[in-house]
Design a protein around this ligand. Sequence first.
Ligand code: FAD
Length: 425
Amino acid sequence: MVDSSHSTGTPDTAPHDVIIVGGGLAGGLIALALHRHAPGCRFLVVEAGRTLGGHHRWSWFETDIPAQERALVEGFHLNGWDEGYDITFPRLTRTLPTAYRSLASAEFHRALMAELPADRVLLETKAAALDDGGVTLADGTRLAAKRVIDCRPFKSSKALAGGWQVFLGQHFKCEKPHGLTRPVIMDASVDQVAPHGNGEAYRFVYVLPLSPDEVFIEDTYYADQPKMDADVLKGRVAEYAHRNGWKGEVIDQEAGILPVISGGDFAAATAEVAIPGVALAGARGGFSHPLTSYTIPFAISNALAIARLIAARPELSGADLAAFCKRRARRHWRGTAYYRMLSRMLFEAAEPGKRVVVFEHFYALKGNLVERFYAGRSTWPDRLRILTGKPPVAIPRAIRALFSSGKPLDTKPLDTKPFNMETPA
Ligand SMILES: Cc1cc2nc3c(=O)[nH]c(=O)nc-3n(C[C@H](O)[C@H](O)[C@H](O)COP(=O)(O)OP(=O)(O)OC[C@H]3O[C@@H](n4cnc5c(N)ncnc54)[C@H](O)[C@@H]3O)c2cc1C
């Protein structure tokens, strides 16, 4: 159900200071940061869906987000595990000490609607066109703005190279306490088999104990094609629950197909989605971790940087803001080159059935190196350390992968919305 107090449908004509198109993770966080850190800024979020944030569960290691930036998400009701997390591989089982956090999109929506002024959010409102002077809605209404930020979803591009991470997760209400106290971030002791006899794939199960009798189980595999067989993944989740003796009812479900970027021409990919004078943010703007596809640390950092810039420079033009985001995106792309190289190692140097060994090798390394990797802040010694030791891939293939430009990304990823359950508004 839509909170009608937030959907006015009768916008006024004075230009908004900022219009954010797409109230997903990035757009919602920018709105929150503007509200808190740029007082007086008249912003508006235009979101096509019935809720902010769509239907996701976003998780992260606490160390992914610098301490001074955590306040932006601390007001949300989060699931949290301070006692670390487990990983399981065929020859390695380990508990790492890093705290883990998770945020359900229903809570993201609830908290933002409670904190943002009622006239700052337009739900169920689709933008048809964006330009440097405002936004034209699908019903033809024109909304003028001094600055426009495009936070619509990621758009795949043949200018980028890589593969895909395909996953489906189910939230179970168990008949009895499940007994799990820590998240299992990767249980890769499962069969390394792609659906429908498509050979082998790196596959793992991800488990979050959301309460003593609620558990979230997600089956993930790395694939060359953005295709999902939801029934196979549901069967695997059910089998995993059964194997652990967890009986219960499925009360929620999410699915995703996320890009794993291994290379490409970032300027060319950005040019396909860029609109002159309009700032690009979120996954669409390139702000994701190439190997894990996670965006939350970058979305938080961008939201705060944008809000502080607008607060400090009220005269800032839309073109200035677009240039600011573009510079940050370029810096992010340069700073994540190492992870794209690791993606190439994964997709090209390692045979599909051996990809599990690449991760097993990685998880045997020191805990704080693993933390910096997930945060996208690996140091040079970390980078060397990850690549040294007994190589999990054949050297000639590794060398070829190192100099390869990767396989172009498929530009028609499947829409995963039909696999998600309805989000209660
Ligand atoms: C199921 C799933 C689980 C994920 N889990 C994690 C995780 O645990 N941790 C993590 O860091 N990342 C995770 N990710 C990856 C990534 O962080 C998310 O995809 C994240 O939501 C991306 O944020 P975004 O704001 O860029 O895009 P989105 O959240 O996709 O937001 C885009 C918004 O734009 C809206 N929109 C589209 N077109 C229009 C239009 N024309 N007019 C108005 N609005 C429009 C959409 O409705 C949507 O709300 C996950 C992704 C998925 C799919």
